[in-house]
Design a protein around this ligand. Structure first.
Ligand SMILES: [Zn+2]
Length: 110
């Protein structure tokens, strides 16, 4: 997922697929997770994937090979950005060059 789109979807709770407002109900915001229900971390789950809207959740389960075999739909009441996942590029002659792939907590929010 494009890092800017990921950040906007996470901070504004937009659907990661179509960009409209993610599905919200009194129970929480809809997240679709590629996991088995019994593998979820008790007390909290960390994901790099933003929430989804209901139509895209249905479409994703049919279209995505990972989600086709296992998925959990979560209504999440509390959440916070936990970090940044992406590739770090450094300036180089001829254009930016891949420096490292990282996934790390920022500790300072977005
Ligand atoms: Zn959507």
């Amino acid at each position: 997922m494009h890092s800017l789109r990921q950040r906007l979807c996470m901070t504004e709770l937009r659907c990661q697929i179509c960009g409209v407002a993610a599905d919200r109900a009194s129970e929480g915001v809809l997240w679709l997770v590629d996991a088995d229900p019994w593998d979820l971390a008790p007390g909290g789950e960390t994901t790099a994937h933003p929430p989804v809207c209901r139509p895209c959740a249905h479409l994703s389960v049919r279209a995505c090979p990972h989600l086709r075999t296992r998925q959990v739909a979560l209504c999440v009441r509390t959440f916070r950005p936990a970090g940044v996942r992406g590739a770090l590029y450094a300036p180089a002659p001829g254009g930016p060059r891949l420096h490292a792939r990282r996934s790390r907590p920022t500790g300072r929010g977005w």
